[in-house]
Design a protein around this ligand. Structure first.
Ligand code: ADP
Length: 474
């Protein structure tokens, strides 16, 4: 049993000022695996004060000192590889291979990338008689979701530390243990006290206290659109800068000249990744009308290569979804898809056979989806593909953009001019061509209701910096 009912404030694990304790559940077994505190506004206030006191010194550290710190963190992180993999699998339900290949590696990569970026990062620019300085913004409140417990936390933390900001982190109450491991790593790596503070608990208590605290200057949030709106409103009362990484309903456009088998392979792999619990999931698959039956047939077959099961079993490609609530949500959308006239060609309602315990869902493919259906407009956050047909490339672009979201898009094609036209026409923060893999310096974030701001690499560091003009210094 993982019991950690303390918060980490000013360089030490300390008791909560509250008494409420939250259960943490393993989604594969539905069993309680540990307990954390539901922190209070008073805990948050203590954490913010610690971060505020640590800020003047930390904000003045040199680039070289912070590079060393980030490298030390990466080094300590690597030492705990096996434990990270086990922890992510236990709290999130991700299959072990995914916990290693994706979750563990992403967490590490952000620290390494931030250190690398700092080497060449310019904090000052001389323009005429002036100096334009980039200075750390101040105490930053970081609020993260459960779907990538290492990636979501480390992209924010690495950028904040690289910039010279001190922080208060509230990880998701559903997956707090990766963040607790990070805390121990920061301590080992020699992060000065007060630079990093962790307060566990729910959004309503701890999250709300962070976003409304007058001494927090910046909020970086990843999570749902509804929570993003609440956070923005709260933060507005004290004019905080806010970065939001919210939902998506990303299109994957298979252009007419692209190999259909490769398209199926990429489309299916994307939709099942992390059990579909990914804001960048390519949940709308746009296929030329004359190729759709072939696409469906191949996709249904392809899906068989992704067995659902115990995340500790090496044979499982998908584990459970995170919670009963998430299970119900996915079921609700599948039901809605059926009611609105979409055709289930794989998966469907209910749990996969033999998996009654645990929040397992059936990876599902819908055909005959039109873009006005609920399943094409709302984020499901489960392994559900909606196949939509188009007749011309212009129509595909129109469908792709007919959404409140704009996080990512995927284009599969051969003709460079057409790919470019589509990539330039889609309103999204990221367009991926032919399944290319990006490095960790590439900015990540959305437009429209997918969010505000960018994370990863130098763009991520910039979010934690404010601009000061010193005029007449030369
Ligand atoms: P999801 O659970 O789908 O990832 P949420 O937006 O509910 O999305 O949660 C993301 C993070 O936001 C979690 O850490 C959660 O505790 C936190 N959170 C939820 N509600 C609030 C709120 N009102 N204020 C601040 N943080 C919140």
């Amino acid at each position: 049993m993982r019991i950690q009912t303390k918060h980490y404030i000013n360089g030490a694990f300390v008791e909560s000022t509250g008494t409420e304790v939250l259960d943490v559940i393993n989604p594969a077994t539905e069993e309680v695996i540990g307990k954390i505190s539901n922190g209070t506004a008073e805990d948050v206030d203590r954490a913010v004060q610690a971060a505020k006191e640590a800020f003047p010194a930390f904000s003045q550290t040199t680039k070289e000192e912070r590079i060393e710190l980030l490298n030390n963190i990466a080094h300590e992180y690597e030492k705990r590889k096996k434990e990270f993999i086990d922890t992510v699998t236990e709290e999130l339900g991700a299959p072990l291979h995914l916990s290693e290949r994706s979750h563990y590696n992403m967490g590490l990569a952000h620290f390494r990338e931030a250190a690398k970026q700092l080497e060449t990062f310019e904090f000052e620019e001389i323009r005429g008689n002036s100096v334009i300085r980039k200075e750390p913004i101040g105490v930053s409140g970081l609020i993260t979701p459960w779907n990538f417990p290492t990636n979501q936390t480390t992209t924010k933390l690495s950028s904040a530390f690289a910039a010279g900001c001190t922080v208060v982190l509230k990880p998701s109450e559903l997956t707090p243990y990766s963040a607790i491991m990070l805390t121990e790593i920061f301590e080992k790596a020699g992060l000065p006290k007060g630079v990093f503070n962790l307060v566990n608990g729910t959004g309503q208590t701890v999250g709300n206290a962070i976003t409304s605290h007058p001494d927090v200057e910046f909020i970086s949030f990843t999570g749902s659109g509804e929570t993003g709106k609440i956070i923005s409103k709260n933060a507005a009362n004290t004019i905080k800068k806010v970065a939001l990484e919210l939902g998506g309903k990303s299109p994957l456009i298979v252009l007419p000249d692209f190999d259909i088998e490769i398209a199926v392979k990429l489309a299916v792999a994307n939709v099942v990744f992390n059990c579909g619990q990914m804001c960048t999931a390519a949940s709308r698959t746009l296929v030329p009308k004359d190729k759709v039956e072939q696409f469906i047939e191949l996709a249904v077959k392809r899906l068989e290569r992704y067995p659902v099961g115990d995340p500790r079993d090496p044979g499982s490609a998908l584990g459970p979804v995170i919670s009963q609530q998430q299970f119900d949500r996915v079921q609700g959308y599948i039901q809605k898809g059926i009611e609105e006239g979409a055709r289930v060609v794989a998966g469907g309602l209910g749990k996969p056979e033999g998996l009654e315990k645990g929040y397992y869902v059936k990876p599902t493919i819908f055909a005959d989806v039109t873009n006005d259906m609920t399943i094409a407009q709302e984020e499901i956050f489960g392994p559900v593909m909606s196949i939509i047909t188009y007749e011309t490339v212009d129509e595909a672009i129109e469908i792709a953009n007919d959404t409140i979201y704009g996080l990512s898009a995927y284009v599969l094609g051969e003709d460079k001019a057409t790919i470019e036209k589509v990539a330039h026409s889609i309103r999204a923060g990221q367009v991926n061509i032919n399944g290319a893999i990006a490095d960790y310096s590439i900015p990540f974030g959305g437009v429209k209701q997918s969010g505000i701001g960018r994370e990863w690499g130098d763009y991520g560091i910039n979010e934690y910096l404010e601009i000061k003009s010193i005029i007449g210094i030369y």
